[in-house]
Structure formats: structure tokens, C-alpha cells
Design a protein around this ligand. Structure first.
Ligand SMILES: Cc1cc2nc3c(=O)[nH]c(=O)nc-3n(C[C@H](O)[C@H](O)[C@H](O)COP(=O)(O)OP(=O)(O)OC[C@H]3O[C@@H](n4cnc5c(N)ncnc54)[C@H](O)[C@@H]3O)c2cc1C
Length: 496
């Protein structure tokens, strides 16, 4: 009889771990608190319009890259998957200019020099840093600690330029980096590309995937992406138990043997794999009895390890108007706040590029990072106050969109508003964080192994394995968990 694996959570990590374990000969059941799979990688419809709540760029869309292989193994990217390249990360309206942050580094360099010739040296140095980062290797073949000396050597040779650059950029916060430009346009621009609490490493890492054209978008969006993995999982014989939250991990003599469910039932298994939020896992499901320092030191020091939280708003716009607008554009914004947090810019994602989502109206979504004060503020509101606050924010941003695009306000219809409380409610995300910790200048070790000393038959995967999380970390960490489990069980790991 095959041994059993019980997975907590049916996000990208949980389902990917399930696929690998099924292929390797295990009997797998996923317990999910929600009524559907996908976790944070999800889309939904309002008033007949599809809202893509996640994947606006997916690292691993380029044929032949290591992550692309992972997406193919789990079935997220298939023969018939239509991939849209991201020609640029975003367009930025800044200091009266529209600056395109191109993926192509030659074009990007020319564009930055166009608006800030006085920053020639710094621009060239930034481009050089990203070029060094193109040598980054994402460990998708085996856990790093399984490498033999030859594999370490190969990795070291390949990664040397990037590793040297990492030493230079990891201690540079984006706020201080931005200040180093002479041009006020670039000073502002470099605060708006990604979360300004991140370090320069995070920006270089983001740009490397775009610059090698390995970070596209897929037709059909997050739903298709997640459902493709769900399909692979069920076709291999995997089972889902939806609407059943795990409340505790059962440990007998240092071995994980199953879980307690919130309805009081237990479920037994030979192996338990948790793919849910890290705080929920260590502090709720394991009662802080096994919290690795990697996590406790971060959760206890939020100043240096900020969470990545956001508000996400969805609007419709007639398709003919949306088609004239860029895929992603970022405007300055003043006078719109939530609690004590004042928005400084507005990030707009336009889904008109996706033929499957366009009928007569298209979704424009707004994805803006906020700070933890917003979570605390919203948490303190009554239900009525919270709903009124969401509506107020939705309307304030609707007015901004109309002003920024020079269109009539009536063309934009508010569809939905998600806040950190929404992500917490649906997925148990700690303080509603939509990725893991930010990569900051004071952050320590890079990656957790997903195993816990003194706790056997237990593995942990998902976006919290490595800051700043995201879909690729969810998937490759799942593969690493499956490889470790197979090795512990002396079974052959089968990826495809
Ligand atoms: C608006 C938005 C935009 C994003 N854009 C991008 C993007 O463009 N590119 C990118 O790479 N990433 C993006 N992300 C991040 C990406 O969605 C996540 O990093 C990724 O989906 C995390 O996957 P996961 O499987 O690790 O975790 P999750 O998706 O959080 O999955 C965990 C699952 O566990 C379940 N669960 C939790 N607790 C329990 C319990 N006790 N019992 C049972 N089940 C439980 C949850 O319900 C959930 O289904 C975005 C996220 C958001 C919200």
C-alpha cells in the first residue's frame, strides 16, 4: 500500500507538492479551509467581469528556464498556454514625464538616460547590476544542501558575478538608493517600482527575470494557472477535502502523524506537509513549540522585516477605452489615505491584453502596497465602518483613475475592494500579507529548508520559505519538500 501524505493548504505550493508526491508514488490528500483551490492565486467574477486577483507577472514563462520546467512539471504551463510577454514592468508618470521601465536593458538604459542624462554613471551601474543578476540560479533541481562538491562548484562558477553583486546591493535600501540619483524624476521613480522598504537586491532580482523575458503573463490569468495545477493533481489521483481547516498538527514522540481539524475530527497520515502561512503554522498549528529562529526573529522584529501588505481594487472600463491604455501604469497620488497611511502613488493593471477576459468591459485593477498600520486600523473598525471605509476608498480611487486617464468618472464602475483583512479571512495570511517578508537591507539568511529539527515526517513549503515569496517560491519550495520527503523515505523522487 502506498504511504500517505497529508497537505495543509491548496495554494500553488500545496498543489505542487501534491503533484510531485503523487508522481513519486504517495497517496495524497489536501485539506483546505476554503471552498476552492488556488489560495492567493485566484480570480473571481463580479457583475460578469473577471477580476484577476493575482498573477500579473509570473517568473518562469520563458521556454528552457529552470522555473519554466517546474511550471511544466506541475502542469501550470501547458502546450496550449498562451504567454504574453511583459515589454515593460510599468510606465511611470513622474515629474510631468511618462517614463517606461522597459524589460529590455538596452531600451531601459536609453529611456533612463533620456530623462536623466546627468545620472549617466548611476544608470549604467544599475544596468550592470541587473546584468550580473541574470546569472542567478534558482535551485529547482534539488535542495542546495543536497549538492555534491561538483554541483556546488558549477553553481559557484555560474553565480559568481551575481554573488559578488549581492554583497554590494543587499545592504542598500531602495530609499537611500533613490536619493543617490541627481534627477528628481529618478529619485521619485526608484521609490515607486517596487516597495521602497525593499533593498536593491530585490529590485535587481525582479528586473533580471523581466530582462531575460522570463516573467510574462498567461492568458486566462491566475484562475487558469491554478486550475491547471489542480487538474494535474486530480488526474494523478490526488484528493481534496475543501472547507476543512486544520487546527493543530498531531505529534507523537517527535513524529508528525496527522492533524486535528476544526470540526474536531482527526486525519492521520505518514507524512504531513504544511503549505500555509508561516505565522499561522508556527504559532497556531504548532503552538510555538517548534518555531525556527529564522521565523521568530523576523516576526518579533517587524521594523527590519516588514510584511508585504496591499489593498487591491477592481473596476470595469469599456473595452474600447481599456485597449488604448498601457498594461501597467503608475501615477503619483496625493490626498488619498486609509487610516494614517497616505498613498503616494497609484498602480493600475489593465487586463485588456487578455482576450479571454474581454467582452464589452474589462477589469482595471489597482494594487497598492500599504503598511501594517492599515491592517491595525481596519481591524479596529466595526463591520459597518469597515464596509463604509472600503466604499470610500473605492470611490476616492475611482475619481483618481478618471482624472489620471482623462476620462469620465462614470466610465469606471467599482467592482470590488480587497484589504489585508480579506486575505487574512480567506487564506489565514498573517496580517493579510500577500507575499512573505520584504527583502530588506537588514534581512539575514535567505532561504529556509522547510524542515524542523526534532520534528520528523514533517515538511514546510510555500512562499514563506524565502523572502519576498511569490508564485515561483511557492512552487520550487514544494518541489524541494517532495524531494526531501522521498529521500527520507528512501523512495525515488519522480518529477515528471
Ligand atoms: C493581489 C495579489 C497580486 C499578486 N501578484 C503576484 C504576481 O504577479 N506574481 C507572483 O509571483 N506572485 C504574486 N502574488 C503572490 C502570490 O499569489 C503568492 O505568493 C502565492 O500564491 C502563495 O502561494 P502559497 O501556496 O505559498 O500560499 P497561499 O496561496 O497562501 O496558500 C495557502 C493555502 O492554505 C490554506 N490554509 C491556510 N490555513 C489553513 C488551515 N489551517 N487549514 C487548511 N487550509 C489552510 C489557505 O486557504 C490557502 O489556500 C500576488 C498576490 C496577491 C494577493
Amino acid at each position: 500500500m502506498p504511504k500517505s501524505g497529508l497537505i495543509i493548504g491548496s495554494g500553488i505550493a500545496g498543489m505542487s507538492a501534491g503533484v510531485y508526491l503523487l508522481r513519486s508514488g504517495y497517496d495524497v490528500t489536501i485539506y483546505e479551509k476554503h471552498v476552492q483551490s488556488g489560495g492567493e492565486c485566484v480570480g473571481w467574477a463580479r457583475k460578469g467581469v473577471f477580476i484577476d486577483g493575482c498573477a500579473h507577472w509570473i517568473v518562469g514563462t520563458k521556454e528552457g528556464t529552470d522555473l519554466n520546467e517546474v511550471w511544466k512539471e506541475v502542469g501550470a504551463i501547458r502546450e496550449d498556454t498562451v504567454i504574453h510577454d511583459n515589454e515593460y514592468f510599468a510606465k511611470y508618470v513622474v515629474g510631468g514625464e511618462t517614463v517606461t521601465f522597459y524589460s529590455d536593458l538596452t531600451k531601459l538604459e536609453a529611456e533612463l538616460l533620456r530623462v536623466a542624462p546627468e545620472d549617466k554613471r548611476r544608470i549604467r551601474s544599475f544596468i550592470k547590476t541587473v546584468k550580473h543578476y541574470q546569472r542567478v540560479v534558482i535551485p529547482t533541481k534539488r535542495p542546495l544542501d543536497y549538492n555534491n562538491p561538483f554541483q556546488w562548484l558549477k553553481l559557484a562558477v555560474k553565480m559568481a558575478p551575481m554573488a559578488m553583486e549581492y554583497g554590494n546591493v543587499k545592504r542598500v535600501g531602495l530609499r537611500e538608493y533613490a536619493k543617490g540619483f541627481k534627477s528628481p524624476i529618478l529619485q521619485e521613480l526608484f521609490l515607486r517600482i517596487i516597495n521602497p522598504n525593499f533593498n536593491l537586491h530585490a529590485l535587481a532580482y525582479t528586473m533580471q527575470a523581466l530582462s531575460i523575458r522570463d516573467a510574462g503573463t498567461i492568458e486566462g490569468g491566475s484562475n487558469v494557472f491554478a486550475k491547471n495545477i489542480e487538474k494535474t493533481f486530480t488526474e494523478l489521483g490526488g484528493k481534496f477535502v475543501f472547507n476543512k481547516a486544520v487546527s493543530e498538527i498531531v505529534i507523537e514522540n517527535g513524529v508528525a502523524t496527522g492533524v486535528w481539524l476544526s470540526n474536531g475530527e482527526t486525519a492521520k497520515a505518514d507524512y504531513v506537509i504544511a503549505s500555509c502561512d508561516a505565522h499561522h503554522l508556527f504559532y497556531d498549528l504548532l503552538h510555538d513549540q517548534h518555531t525556527p529562529k529564522f521565523y521568530s526573529s523576523r516576526f518579533e522584529n517587524p521594523e527590519d522585516n516588514p510584511l508585504i501588505q496591499s489593498v487591491f481594487l477592481a473596476y470595469t472600463l469599456p473595452v474600447e477605452e481599456a485597449k488604448k491604455l498601457p498594461k501597467k501604469i503608475d501615477f503619483p497620488m496625493h490626498g488619498v489615505s486609509i487610516g494614517k497611511f497616505e498613498f503616494e502613488h497609484l498602480v493600475v493593471l489593465n487586463h485588456a491584453f487578455d482576450a479571454t477576459q474581454n467582452t464589452t468591459k474589462v477589469c482595471l485593477s489597482v494594487l497598492n502596497d500599504v503598511d501594517d498600520g492599515v491592517y491595525e486600523y481596519l481591524k479596529g473598525l466595526s463591520r459597518e465602518e469597515y464596509l463604509a471605509e472600503k466604499k470610500r476608498l473605492g470611490e476616492a480611487i475611482r475619481a483618481e483613475l478618471a482624472k489620471d486617464f482623462g476620462l469620465d468618472e462614470s466610465l469606471f464602475e467599482l467592482l470590488d475592494v480587497a484589504t489585508p483583512l480579506t486575505y487574512e479571512r480567506y487564506t489565514n495570511a498573517y496580517h493579510g500579507s500577500y507575499q512573505a517578508f520584504a527583502s530588506t537591507k537588514r534581512m539575514g539568511a535567505l532561504m529556509h529548508k522547510g524542515i524542523i529539527k526534532g520534528l520528523k515526517h514533517f515538511y514546510f513549503c510555500g512562499q514563506w520559505i524565502m523572502p519576498p515569496g511569490g508564485l515561483p517560491v511557492a512552487a520550487f519550495s514544494a518541489k524541494m519538500s517532495a524531494i526531501r520527503l522521498c529521500r527520507e523515505d528512501r523512495k525515488k523522487f519522480i518529477a515528471k
